[in-house]
Design a protein around this ligand. Structure first.
Ligand SMILES: *[C@@H]1O[C@H](CO)[C@@H](O)[C@H](O)[C@H]1NC(C)=O
Ligand SMILES: *[C@@H]1O[C@H](CO)[C@@H](O)[C@H](O)[C@H]1NC(C)=O
Ligand SMILES: *[C@@H]1O[C@H](CO)[C@@H](O)[C@H](O)[C@H]1NC(C)=O
Length: 671
């Protein structure tokens, strides 16, 4: 089609403009130095499950006067306003459903140390304000977050529900406040506002994979928002605020029900693909993201097993492809070839396959799949001590909390590397209890290898702030040092159960009361992967995985039954009293209003009227029945009335039966 030169000129101008638009856009983005990246980590877990970990990071610079630029391209404005208004130095908010299984899913890797969270809501924040103002800021912050995330975070406002740990948790950062709501139900209404903070929401990029039924059907899901400002280093000019949003989901891939060789297939790991676990494929990346990458991680234990398998099969095939080449390996098959493979520098190493999403065009969809070819059994690395917590005692008066620590294979490794005379293992414990659990801190007992021991031999430091009724919760911070060869240790502490006022009970008081998770950390152990190449520092997720964070685990939430009043009793009393009153006043009014003389006259009138009324009724019924009434005309009124009665009564009986039938059916189906 030939166009006149006059027509081509505006078109070419338009084209020029269109061509330059992306350049203009990108310069403004890089000029504002706001960055956003999206990443997804997939990791097969030993118990036939799959860990999916979404990681989104937004960064924005802070201007010289300490505030942000008022306009943001990528960074969520709601968060920047929050930071500015409440002078937040660091903050973390997590919503979790389910419990991280430290035994099966591991407790010695960056994901479990920083993304395994206690059930319900956990919030901590560090403020950049004078110490006496911190509580006021915390209260206002809980209200702001409550509105932002459609959750009852505002319950953390009450001084009975938060505390200020000094050194057992996130130490040396400043004025910290910490609070949890173990009973908060987490649902999609909390995820939607969280997704709204992303520049592409869940419309494009990796977040488009977030299929709500798959996420909420999972064994564990935790959505987290972590905020830090890097101005702590003192360099005011280059300070930045970093918002990290993660969603960690543990899913069970669908197990195909192939019947043929069922016995041999029971041990093989279930094969999966992105489309089979989330029900959709990846259409492309979020265009606003600086990097958009999918990673597949194979744990150290799994890599060791794969190598063993490789060696076994290499006997049969003389062609040894080498341990580094996992693309053509015997253990499993990947549907897409990775563009890069990161390996750790350790003796036993983990492997990370990298898939940059920018290479996938809109027409072709990205769907990473993994098919297992051989059954493999491995285990995830465990924390030095496996911690669990339980209640002892019975009755409604008193009980005891016990924290049990059991050594795992990591402890033995630690002993091997530190084979000095007096090797010690440090354990920090933070335990917060609500005020109605009155803990007697002097009753702390320690059993090491099932023998009672003096507390001062093992407790290095201890800080206790006892609870105050209806004012503040009790808190205990402990630093324990155990000899490395310790097999097990149990801490036991007694408590009395308190009484609550009737309006302090939660709606379902008979369920019991929750004691928040204890935090158990191992400051001498660092979870972190060590990759050999330098390129990994470009990716926020990889630098997060390489960060040396403390190994940390949360204990179970305990459910304590307290004495609860019988809440149905007041209602029974109220209903009975009301009935009695109604009967009394009803009969009283009846007696008071009755006039005997009047009534007698009325009765007489009624007798007189009855005949008239009767006649009128029979006439009406006769008219209604039309012709049949004419045949009945000659009959006496008494016989006609009896015939009318006999004609009406079957209908009545039918109606009554129908209503009864409906009632019975209703009763039957509504049960
Ligand atoms: C907290 O909110 C209240 C009510 O809106 C306000 O009066 C108070 O000044 C706020 N305090 C801080 C520290 O922001
Ligand atoms: C090993 O296999 C590769 C391709 O699979 C082939 O090119 C190579 O010649 C083989 N080497 C030996 C020693 O068989
Ligand atoms: C990684 O970076 C360090 C310095 O930052 C450099 O000495 C080293 O050679 C780099 N290694 C690779 C493999 O590029």
């Amino acid at each position: 089609m030939a166009l006149s030169p006059k027509a081509t000129l505006p078109i070419s101008l338009l084209l020029l403009l269109l061509l330059h638009l992306p350049i203009l856009f990108s310069t403004t983005v890089s000029g504002g130095e706001e960055e956003f990246s999206e990443e997804l980590l997939l990791k097969p877990l030993p118990d036939r499950k799959l860990l999916t970990h979404f990681h989104f990071q937004s960064e924005a610079p802070i201007t010289h006067d300490g505030s942000f630029a008022t306009h943001h391209h990528l960074f969520p404005k709601a968060i920047s306003q929050l930071v500015r208004k409440f002078h937040i130095k660091a903050m973390e908010l997590s919503f979790t459903q389910g419990r991280w299984n430290y035994e099966r899913w591991g407790g010695f890797d960056p994901i479990s140390s920083s993304n395994a969270k206690p059930p319900g809501v956990e919030l901590w924040a560090i403020f950049n304000v004078p110490p006496h103002q911190v509580d006021a800021y915390w209260k206002n912050l809980t209200h702001a977050l409550s509105g932002l995330f459609c959750a009852s975070i505002n319950f953390l406002e009450s001084s009975t529900s938060y505390s200020a740990p000094k050194w057992a948790f996130q130490s040396a950062l400043g004025s910290l406040r910490y609070g949890t709501l173990p009973r908060e139900a987490v649902c999609t209404e909390n995820l939607t506002p969280w997704l709204k903070l992303l520049p592409c929401r869940d419309k494009a990029g990796l977040s488009a994979l977030m299929d709500r039924p798959s996420i909420y059907r999972s064994f564990y899901h935790s959505q987290r928002l972590h905020l830090t400002s890097s101005s702590a280093g003192g360099d005011v000019l280059n300070s930045r605020i970093i918002l990290e949003q993660t969603l960690t989901v543990v899913l069970q891939p669908n197990i195909p029900r192939a019947g043929m060789n069922y016995v041999s297939e029971t041990n093989i790991q279930p094969s999966w693909s992105l489309s089979s676990i989330f029900g959709r494929k990846l259409n492309g990346r979020c265009v606003l993201a600086k990097s958009s990458t999918v990673y597949l991680q194979l744990e150290r234990g799994l890599v060791t097993q794969l190598e063993n398998l490789q060696k076994d099969t290499a006997v049969f095939s003389a062609n040894d492809t080498g341990s580094g080449d996992f693309r053509r390996n015997v253990g499993f098959e990947l549907s897409v070839n990775p563009s890069k493979v990161h390996t750790e520098m350790e003796k036993s190493y983990s492997i990370l396959f990298e898939y940059p999403i920018k290479e996938y065009k809109d027409s072709e969809q990205f769907d990473l799949g993994l098919t297992w070819k051989h059954p493999l059994v491995w285990s995830s690395p465990h924390a030095p001590l496996y911690a669990s917590r339980f209640l002892t005692g019975s009755g409604n008066e008193r009980g005891a909390i016990a924290i049990s620590l059991k050594s795992t294979e990591s402890t033995q490794g630690f002993v091997a590397t530190n084979n000095e005379e007096r090797c010690k293992l440090q354990v920090d414990i933070l335990q917060i209890v609500p005020w109605y659990i009155k803990v007697y801190y002097h009753t702390l007992q320690i059993f090491v290898d099932e023998k009672p021991q003096a507390v001062k031999d093992f407790v290095e430091r201890m800080r206790v702030s006892p609870s105050e009724d209806k004012v503040s919760p009790g808190m205990m911070e402990l630093v324990l040092k155990f000899p490395c060869e310790t097999k097990s240790a149990v801490l036991n502490i007694d408590f009395d159960k308190g009484f609550l006022h009737i309006d302090e009970y939660p709606p379902d008081a008979n369920q019991g009361f929750d004691i928040p998770s204890a935090i158990i950390s191992f400051p001498e152990f660092h979870a972190g992967l060590r990759f050999s190449d330098n390129a990994t520092s470009e990716s926020p997720l990889l630098s997060k995985l390489q960060e040396k964070s403390h190994v940390l685990s949360y204990s179970e939430v305990l459910l304590v039954p307290l004495t609860t009043p019988d809440f149905s009793m007041p209602y029974n009393v109220i209903t009975i009293t009301c009935t009695v009153f109604a009967l009394y006043f009803g009969s009283l009014l009846n007696v008071l209003r009755r006039r005997v003389g009047e009534e007698e006259r009325l009765l007489k009138n009624k007798d007189a009227n009855k005949g008239l009324l009767y006649l009128a009724l029979t006439k009406l019924s006769a008219k209604l029945r039309g012709r049949s009434s004419e045949s009945a005309q000659p009959l006496s009124p008494s016989s006609s009335s009896s015939s009318s009665k006999s004609s009406i009564s079957p209908k009545l009986v039918l109606k009554v039966l129908l209503v009864a039938g409906i009632a019975v059916a209703w009763q039957y189906y509504s049960q």
